[in-house]
Design a protein. Structure first.
Length: 133
């Protein structure tokens, strides 16, 4: 389909990089092709295992599919690589909250507030914490 044509075109230029796979994942997700999107992000993190963004993107898709334990694994890798990564901590808070692990969720929400005390996510984090209590 359309995604394969875009991917084949990208590969024809000689690039089989993590960035191409992340771009393809975004395209696939936008087309409702979640399985393909996850496949591309798994490939992206295998090509660039030191890049936390790929793990965060993968975790976001996995959470949307209800694959919370797998998402947590990706998020743990992301936060190990980038301890101050606000979005990784935000998604971790959501994931742990979904599993009923409130203390772990709050620890990640607090990490978001430390990293971005006046950021856009601060109000959302405070609301999520209030709703979880």
């Amino acid at each position: 389909g359309g995604a394969e044509a875009v991917y084949d075109g990208a590969r024809a230029t000689g690039g089989n990089t993590a960035g191409i796979h992340r771009a393809m994942a975004g395209y696939c997700a936008g087309q409702g092709q979640a399985v393909e999107a996850v496949r591309h992000l798994v490939e992206a993190v295998s090509l660039a295992p030191e890049d936390p963004e790929g793990y965060v993107d993968l975790a976001g898709l996995l959470l949307a599919q209800g694959r919370t334990p797998e998402a947590i694994q990706a998020l743990e890798r992301a936060t190990a690589l980038a301890p101050d990564h606000g979005r990784a901590h935000l998604l971790s808070g959501h994931a742990y909250g979904d599993l009923g692990r409130v203390e772990a969720a709050f620890a990640h929400y607090d990490a978001v507030l430390e990293a971005e005390p006046d950021g856009r996510t601060a109000n959302g984090v405070q609301l999520r914490k209030a709703l979880t209590m």
